[in-house]
Design a protein around this ligand. Structure first.
Ligand SMILES: *Cc1c(COP(=O)(O)O)cnc(C)c1O
Length: 410
């Protein structure tokens, strides 16, 4: 008899009690806006920025309304202009090219490799061909490329790097926290990420001018002196009349919810890794399936799990997704013809007029993705892997008649 998994792939853990208490205190005093403080009070948002800066070892940190807002703010702080080409991953989520498009700039997509990281050879080619001076690098699904090689390439090409760390908050490459290689690191605290405030985000940098521009852009009015993870007033003085207000601030309610979660990130990484490794162990050696190798020097979070079905016809992949769903296992397929839920790919971002990328198409055609919420136990992960270990060979062997004529995803 076929077993069925009964857990929820979208149920996150509750907000820690300390966050609930702190949020209630903010609600009771009513000073939710970050610049609305009582005499002598330090806003929750300011404390959050200090604490997150300390966690990643950055000089400056700014809380923002979302991860997408953080990326757009970072691009504006780097003075990207309308019409400018901006390099980014072809394999990422919609808010990344969306942040570029929000400035009227033009995304230039770079291929993904079989290891789900950015293709450095193609990056060099696209940089030279487009003349782009900025890379918005997405550590999509937590896979970190060789950061030394990437930064050396960027330096050689005169390309500045902004990191999208929506899936790598709490991760590191050779001990350097993700988001600390590029000029700016951007993070999301949206519900599905590693800290949860519903919506929210951060950017971090060591560059005083970028930090001051970002704070002014976020909508600081002339209250920038109330920020503490920020450069001194002289840096703002020189810029304050030249930088527009593009309101996208963090508020004290979200900050209160988030502050106690910073200290949980390392524990969350350890717990996620147990789930991730249970998935890996259960899928090792399953024919037709390729696991994604994780470099020793990559301290990854493991909050989601991917595998490749190399060379599979679309009909077989669809049969696997359906077979797994029938047994309670929610898979996402990056090769589906139409964008579904959170899963779209570069070819679906028509506003960006993407050029075809055959290598990326081939890889994404066989890419399966799965959430691993921390509400799962290690036994849950083992059960999911066992179901997939049965369903993958089954889908590879027989294709339900109604799925046979499905054309390859384009
Ligand atoms: C979630 C996400 C973001 C930012 O998302 P927001 O919903 O705007 O906070 C950025 N990049 C990736 C890859 C994401 O998954």
């Amino acid at each position: 008899m076929k077993t069925r998994f009964h857990g929820s792939f979208t149920q996150r853990e509750p907000i820690p009690e300390a966050g609930i208490e702190a949020a209630l205190a903010v609600l009771r005093h009513g000073r939710l806006h970050r610049y609305n403080v009582a005499p002598g009070e330090v806003a929750e948002t300011v404390l959050l920025e200090e604490e997150f800066a300390a966690y990643v070892g950055a000089k400056y940190c700014l809380g923002l309304a979302s991860g997408g807002a953080a990326m757009a703010c970072a691009l504006r702080a780097c003075q990207v202009q309308a019409g400018d080409p901006v390099l980014s991953n072809a394999f990422t989520l919609a808010p990344v090219p969306g942040a570029i498009a929000s400035l009227g700039a033009r995304p230039v997509f770079v291929d993904v490799t079989e290891d789900l990281t950015i293709d450095l050879d193609h990056l060099g080619q696209q940089a030279r061909a487009s003349g782009a001076k900025i890379l918005l690098l997405s550590h999509m699904r937590g896979h970190i490329c060789d950061m030394e090689a990437l930064m050396a390439l960027g330096d050689g090409l005169g390309v500045r790097v902004i990191e999208d760390c929506a899936h790598t908050m709490g991760a590191a490459w050779k001990g350097v926290p993700s988001g600390r290689h590029g000029a700016i690191g951007c993070y999301s605290t949206q519900t599905y990420k590693h800290m949860n405030s519903g919506e929210g985000g951060f950017l971090v940098t060591d560059d005083a001018e970028l930090a001051a521009r970002a704070i002014l852009l976020s909508g600081s009015y002339m209250l920038y002196s109330r920020h503490s993870a920020a450069p001194g007033p002289e840096v703002f003085e020189a810029l304050k009349l030249d930088v527009p207000n593009v309101s996208s601030r963090m508020d004290n309610l979200r900050a209160a919810i988030l502050r106690p979660q910073i200290g949980l990130l390392d524990d969350r990484r350890a717990r996620w890794r147990v789930l991730y490794q249970a998935m890996e162990a259960g899928l090792q050696g399953v024919p037709g399936l390729r696991l994604i190798p994780r470099p020793q020097v990559e301290d990854y979070m493991g909050s989601s799990f991917q595998f490749l079905l190399p060379g599979w016809q679309a009909g077989r992949v669809a049969a696997l997704v359906a077979g797994a769903a029938a047994r309670g296992v929610e898979l996402k397929w990056f090769g589906a013809a139409d964008p579904q839920g959170f899963t779209s790919r570069y070819a679906h971002w028509r506003y960006a007029a993407p050029e075809p990328l055959p290598q990326t198409d081939r890889i994404l055609a066989g890419l399966i993705d799965m959430r691993l919420p921390l509400t799962f136990t290690p036994a849950d992960a083992t059960e999911i892997a066992a179901i997939l270990a049965e369903e993958v060979p089954r889908a590879a062997a027989d294709i339900p008649a109604d799925l046979v004529p499905v054309a390859a995803a384009d």
